[in-house]
Ligand binder design. Structure first.
Ligand SMILES: *Cc1c(COP(=O)(O)O)cnc(C)c1O
Length: 412
C-alpha cells in the first residue's frame, strides 16, 4: 500500500489547477447548463477563497454526476473529475487491493447509498441474467450489520435475512446461519446477496468471510458478496495483519468505504466501489442528456466532496495515515488494558478503535456524561467508546478514574 504525501502548497495548486480545467461561468458564454452556478448574492467570490481550495471547489460547484471510472462524464468538469478518479484509485487499488483499473466507483452521499447501490446492482443482475423474480432474491447479514441493509432491501423489494451473533464475541452463529439458509431455500429464495461488515457500527466487529461463504455455497450457487467498510475501511486495512475482506479475496465484488467516518471528511463522502462489468446493471439508459450516462443512485453531486477526501489523503500520505491509525489503536489498547485491570466486561476487535462496554458494568449517568452511544436506546445492553483523534489520553484517563470510583462504591 503506498500513496505519496504532498505538501500543503502542492495540494492547493493541484486543486486550483483542477478547477481551472473545469468550465468557468465567469468567462464562458454558458447558455445551456442550468442551476449549477451558485447564487451570487450569497456565494460571491469571497477574497479568502484564494487560500481555501476546498471551499473554492464548494463555491465553484462542479457537478460530478455519473461514474468517471466507467466513462468520461460531463466534459465541463474534467479537472475535478480527475481528482475523484485519483481518490477512487487510492481507495480501490492501494487500500482495498483491487487490480489496476479493475473497478468502477463513485463518491456517494454516504454509506447508506453505497450499500443500497450494491444491492440494487446485484438485484438487477439476477433479474436480467437469471430471470429471477423479486421473491427469489434475498440479502443475508449479521444482526450487527448497519440498518441501511434493511433500508435497501425494503426499497428494492427483496427479502432481508438476519443471522444471530454470539452475545459476547459478536461472531455470526454458524448454526443459525445454516438454519436461515435452509429457511430461505424453503421459501423459494434462489439468489443471494451476502452483506458482510468490516467494522460494525456499534461493536467494530469484523465478519469472517470463509466460514460464512462455505455454508452459503452449500445452499446457493448464485450469490454476490458486498462488504460494508463504511466505518472500518480507513482503519482495518491499515491495522490488521491480514485483511480477508479486500478485493484480493475473489469472492468479494463490491465495497462501501466512507470518508465522513474515520477519514474525517465533510458529510457527503461515502464511497462505492465494485469490480468491473457490474456497474452496467445500474445504468439508467434514459439519462440521455447526461454526457457519459448515469450509473448512480443520487444523480447530481458536488465535486467538492471527492476533493475533500483527496486532500486529506494527500495531506497524510499512506505512511502518515498508517501512523495515525497505529496511534488510535494504541490508545484503544490502553483503554482496554485498564478495563481489564478494573475487571470491566467489554467487546473489542483488536484491530479496531471501538470498545463496547457491557451496560451492567457502567451506570447510565457515567455513560451519559461521556456520551457513550447505546446499541439500542430503548433497551441498552452495550454502550460504546469510539477512540477517534479527538479522544485524548486525558479524556480516557478521566473516564477511567470515574469508572474506578463507581466500581469501588459498588464493591463496598
Ligand atoms: C455509518 C455507517 C453506514 C451508513 O453510513 P451513512 O454515511 O450514515 O449513510 C453504513 N454502514 C456502517 C457500518 C456504518 O457505520
Amino acid at each position: 500500500m503506498y500513496w505519496e504525501k504532498l505538501s500543503t502548497e502542492t495540494i492547493q495548486k493541484s486543486v486550483f489547477d483542477a478547477l481551472d480545467k473545469n468550465l468557468n461561468y465567469n468567462t464562458e458564454p454558458i447558455l445551456g447548463l442550468p442551476g449549477t452556478y451558485l447564487d451570487q448574492g450569497q456565494f460571491y467570490s469571497f477574497p479568502f477563497l484564494k487560500e481555501a481550495p476546498f471551499l473554492s471547489v464548494l463555491v465553484n460547484n462542479p457537478n460530478h454526476i455519473g461514474c468517471h471510472t466507467y466513462s468520461a462524464g460531463e466534459k465541463y468538469f474534467s479537472g475535478t473529475h480527475q481528482l475523484e478518479i485519483d481518490l477512487l484509485r487510492i481507495c480501490a487499488e492501494e487500500i482495498l487491493d483491487a487490480p489496476k483499473s479493475g473497478y468502477d466507483g463513485y463518491v456517494a452521499p454516504g454509506g447508506t447509498e453505497a450499500n443500497i447501490q450494491a444491492q440494487w446492482m446485484y438485484r438487477n443482475y439476477f433479474m436480467r441474467e437469471k430471470n429471477a423474480g423479486l421473491n427469489e432474491i434475498g440479502v443475508i447479514f449479521s444482526e450487527d450489520a448497519h440498518y441501511s441493509v434493511y433500508k435497501a432491501s425494503n426499497l428494492l423489494g427483496i427479502m432481508p435475512i438476519t443471522v444471530k451473533v454470539g452475545h459476547d464475541n459478536r461472531e455470526v452463529l454458524l448454526d443459525d446461519l445454516k438454519k436461515k439458509l435452509e429457511d430461505a431455500r424453503n421459501k423459494g429464495i434462489r439468489y443471494l446477496i451476502v452483506h458482510l461488515s468490516m467494522g460494525t457500527t456499534i461493536f467494530g466487529s469484523v465478519d469472517s468471510p470463509a466460514s460464512f461463504l462455505e455454508l452459503v455455497k452449500r445452499y446457493f450457487t448464485h450469490y454476490f458478496v458486498h462488504v460494508d467498510a463504511a466505518f472500518g475501511g480507513f482503519i482495518y486495512p491499515f491495522s490488521a495483519q491480514k485483511n480477508e475482506l479486500s478485493f484480493q479475496n475473489p469472492e468479494i465484488s463490491s465495497i462501501t468505504i466512507d470518508g465522513h467516518k474515520m477519514l474525517q471528511s465533510p458529510y457527503g463522502t461515502g464511497v462505492f466501489l465494485c469490480r468491473k462489468s457490474l456497474i452496467e446493471y445500474v445504468q439508467t439508459p434514459e439519462a440521455s442528456y447526461v454526457y457519459g450516462s448515469d450509473f448512480t443512485l443520487c444523480g447530481s453531486r458536488s465535486g467538492a466532496n471527492a476533493v475533500s477526501m483527496w486532500m486529506i489523503l494527500m495531506t497524510y500520505g499512506s505512511e502518515g495515515w498508517s501512523q495515525m491509525i497505529r496511534q488510535l489503536i494504541n490508545r484503544t489498547d490502553y483503554l482496554c488494558k485498564a478495563l481489564d485491570e478494573i475487571g470491566i466486561k467489554y467487546f473489542r476487535n483488536p484491530d479496531m478503535n471501538i470498545v463496547a462496554i457491557d451496560c451492567n458494568e457502567i451506570s447510565e449517568e457515567l455513560a451519559d456524561k461521556y456520551y457513550l452511544v447505546a446499541d439500542n436506546y430503548l433497551q441498552p445492553q452495550w454502550r460504546k467508546v469510539v477512540v477517534m483523534t479527538h479522544v485524548t489520553q486525558e479524556m480516557i484517563d478521566s473516564f477511567l478514574t470515574d469508572l474506578k470510583k463507581e466500581k469501588q462504591i459498588v464493591n463496598q
